[in-house]
Ligand binder design. Structure first.
Ligand code: SAM
Length: 225
């Protein structure tokens, strides 16, 4: 076993991809719980996830009636895992900070889950999400709570040989989120801070170790302003 290594975001997730879904990660558990509790009408809708990873969220959205699932990610190995879940989904490799090769107003629901912590600048992905959102659509952002990220806590995992792997991550205080939403022409319809005590009876002891009131996630619901 060696000391911690820092890899690029794409290289880190390429390495993590095979084990990502099986990894006992409290943040992933919390984000899945938050999405499962969202009040969404997805029947016959098109859903798009920025940074879809292994497609676990796309699968959850499909189970709730969405008929067209679209996702993209920086990591080709994460996309391989997503493709294994369902070959009918539209999946492609892209950077959330670049122009996305999809037409204007192509999605009814757009999700960001645990992706924007890896992006220094929120404005560009938020502008693209606004461009891609249909009238009447919803954007949901589920992300590590600023109280955690501002303490230097960020995505990390243990590789098969025991090496601790970290990758670039950026804390986004509330004022940055609000500035990004305003600039992109998005309205805040909801903000939930998911504390340990909100995460249900299945929450692992790991989640409770910071106390029941510790906020793990911030969960924004947005629509066109
Ligand atoms: C913690 S995983 C979350 C995956 C998925 N959203 C989920 O909730 O399971 C973060 C994902 O964001 C992707 N990602 C990070 N930065 C990205 C970027 N700039 N463009 C596209 N994908 C990115 C990573 O490759 C990884 O798959």
């Amino acid at each position: 076993m060696s000391g911690p290594v820092t890899l690029s975001v794409a290289a880190a997730y390429d390495l993590w991809a095979l084990d990502y879904d099986g990894f006992d990660n409290p943040m992933v558990f919390a984000a899945a719980h938050a999405l499962s509790q969202a009040s969404l009408s997805l029947t016959q809708k098109t859903c798009l996830e920025f940074g879809c990873g292994t497609g676990r969220n796309l699968a959850a959205l499909a189970a709730r009636g969405a008929t067209r699932l679209v996702g993209f990610d920086l990591s080709s190995a994460m996309l391989v895992q997503a493709t294994k879940r369902d070959t009918s989904w539209t999946l492609f490799q892209a950077d959330v900070s670049a122009a996305i090769a999809l037409p204007d107003q192509s999605a009814d629901f757009i999700l960001f889950s645990l992706t924007l912590e890896h992006v220094a600048e929120l404005k560009s992905p938020l502008r693209e999400a606004r461009r891609l959102l249909r009238a009447g659509g919803t954007i949901k952002i589920i992300e590590i709570h600023p109280f955690m990220s501002l303490q230097g806590i960020s995505a990390h995992f243990k590789a098969k040989d025991g090496t601790e792997v970290t990758m670039p991550a950026f804390a986004h205080p509330f004022q940055d989120w609000m500035a990004g939403f305003t600039e992109a022409g998005l309205r805040v319809d909801g903000l939930k801070e998911w504390r340990a005590c909100d995460l249900g009876p299945d929450a692992a002891p790991k989640i409770l170790r910071r106390g029941p009131d510790w906020p793990w996630l911030v969960d924004w619901t947005l629509s066109p302003a």
